[in-house]
Design a protein around this ligand. Structure first.
Ligand code: SME
Length: 155
C-alpha cells in the first residue's frame, strides 16, 4: 500500500525548491517510481494542439506522440475524466508502448480550467490500481497543478 500523504508531502517539499513545471513533473515521476509498487512506467504527456507529447517519465522509452481521442491517454483528454483500466487488452485502442503493461491509470492535469496534459501510470499486473490509488493520485496531481507555476510555461 502506498502512503500517499507521504508522497504528497514529499512533492510539496520539492516544489518549495523550484516551482518550474518541468522540474516538478520530473521529480514527481521519480517519486511515483520509488513509492508505488509493481509499475513498469510512470510519467507525463503534455498537450500541444491536438497532440499529447511525451514528457518526463520513468520506465522504458515510450511513444512520443498520441493524438487526442486515441488510446487511454487520448481518451482521458477527450473526456476530461480519470481513466482506470483494469485490463488494457480490454480497452479498445489501447496503445501498447511496453508490451509488459497489463493495467493503467491516466489522470487529467488542469491548470485552472486549461487541460495541459495527463499523468500516466502503467503496471505489469492486472487490476493494479485501486480506489485508494485513484484518490491518492488525484491529490498528487492537485498539488502538482496548484503548487507549480504553470503560468510561466514549462521552465
Ligand atoms: N498506453 C497509453 C500510451 C502511453 S504508454 O502507456 C506510456 C495509451 O493507451 O494511451
Amino acid at each position: 500500500m502506498t502512503d500517499y500523504s507521504l508522497v504528497c508531502s514529499q512533492l510539496s517539499s520539492l516544489l518549495e525548491g523550484s516551482r518550474r513545471p518541468l522540474s516538478a513533473m520530473a521529480n514527481c515521476a521519480a517519486l511515483l517510481w520509488q513509492s508505488l509498487e509493481d509499475l513498469n512506467w510512470a510519467g507525463f504527456y503534455l498537450l500541444s494542439g491536438d497532440t499529447l507529447c511525451l514528457g518526463p517519465f520513468q520506465g522504458k522509452p515510450a511513444c512520443t506522440e498520441i493524438r487526442v481521442g486515441r488510446g487511454v491517454c487520448g481518451t482521458c483528454v477527450r473526456t476530461g475524466e480519470i481513466q482506470v483500466v483494469p485490463d488494457v487488452h480490454q480497452f479498445p485502442g489501447h496503445i501498447a508502448c511496453d508490451s509488459a503493461s497489463r493495467s493503467e491509470i491516466v489522470l487529467p492535469l488542469r491548470a485552472g480550467d486549461r487541460l495541459v496534459g495527463v499523468m500516466d501510470i502503467d503496471s505489469p499486473s492486472l487490476n493494479r490500481f485501486s480506489e485508494a490509488d485513484r484518490l491518492g493520485l488525484e491529490e498528487l496531481c492537485a498539488i502538482l497543478m496548484t503548487e507549480a507555476d504553470w503560468d510561466r510555461g514549462l521552465i
